[in-house]
Design a protein around this ligand. Structure first.
Ligand code: ISJ
Length: 257
């Protein structure tokens, strides 16, 4: 999706297919993260160890350093990737690929990662994980980073969704953008039937991906699931879809700049 070239390739169906595939990544990453408890010490600011020139949490330190390294090898040249810590990110040593951009240039200024991080630490982790510290901080942070990057990619995909919706129905979107009418934009871009399907599908996937696989069916005990499917459905209902729609609105408001 990063490169355009042939505008006809950009369709709501192909973008929705990508969102469906991204569900798999998110659910597998949740299953990995919830092997560990919340580990609140990891997110405590300032952290208990002394890190020169750094006053944030151990998690922030690990995440910031991970992003800096990934930035050097071009991660944030992709319009699908949005950094959590954009201050002082090092330049890429890899040159950008030459392609026609799909998104309006103002897309770069839409970034809701601060909100994602806040909701993740304060609401999502306590919902999915046992409240405790087990000391596995580096491994837990590695799982967090994978999951947060997958959530961020999915949520910021709202920019592509909004671009296609705008191209498909420009006459309907234009007056609402000019009037800066957030509520009407939100209403126009919302497809409730699609959202209902998403909630049902992610619950079904959570059930399938979280199953214990045994070789001998006759000795299999009652089906145990590694992640509660209703929680995955709730994650999408309360945070993933609302934040995707927020990104859509923010992008559309800048679409005519
Ligand atoms: C992403 C879309 O826009 C909105 C957000 C959705 C989502 O985050 O899954 C689903 C339907 C729409 O209300 C879409 O139309 O597919």
């Amino acid at each position: 999706m990063a490169c355009g070239g042939d505008d006809n390739k950009l369709s709501l169906d192909s973008i929705r297919d990508s969102l469906i595939r991204q569900e798999d990544t998110i659910i597998f990453n949740i299953i990995e993260r919830i092997k560990y408890p919340t580990n609140p010490t990891l997110y405590k600011q300032p952290c208990s160890v002394n890190i020169p020139d750094f006053s944030g949490s151990l998690f922030q330190y690990l995440f910031q350093e991970t992003e800096a390294l990934q930035s050097k090898v071009g991660r944030y040249l992709s319009p699908e990737e949005n950094p959590f810590f954009s201050n002082n990110l090092p330049d890429s040593i890899i040159p950008p690929t030459k392609c026609t951009p799909v998104l309006h240039p103002a897309a770069e200024s839409v970034n809701v990662n601060e909100k994602i991080l806040d909701v993740y630490i304060n609401q999502i982790l306590p919902l999915f994980c046992k409240e405790a510290d087990d000391g596995n901080f580096a491994t837990t942070a590695a799982c967090d980073i994978h999951l947060l990057q997958a959530l961020s990619r999915r949520i910021h995909y709202g920019k592509f969704v909004a671009e296609v919706k705008f191209r498909d129905c420009t006459d309907e979107y234009k007056p609402l953008i000019l009037a800066k009418d957030r509520d009407a934009l939100m209403k126009l871009l919302t497809f409730e039937a699609v959202e209902e399907m998403v909630k049902k599908r992610v619950a079904k996937k959570a059930m399938a991906f979280g199953q214990e696989v045994t070789l001998n069916d006759s000795t299999a005990k009652e089906v145990k699931c590694k992640v509660d499917p209703t929680l995955v459905s709730r994650l999408y209902d309360e945070w993933v879809m609302p934040l995707t729609k927020l990104v859509e609105v923010e992008y559309l408001l800048r679409r005519l700049d």
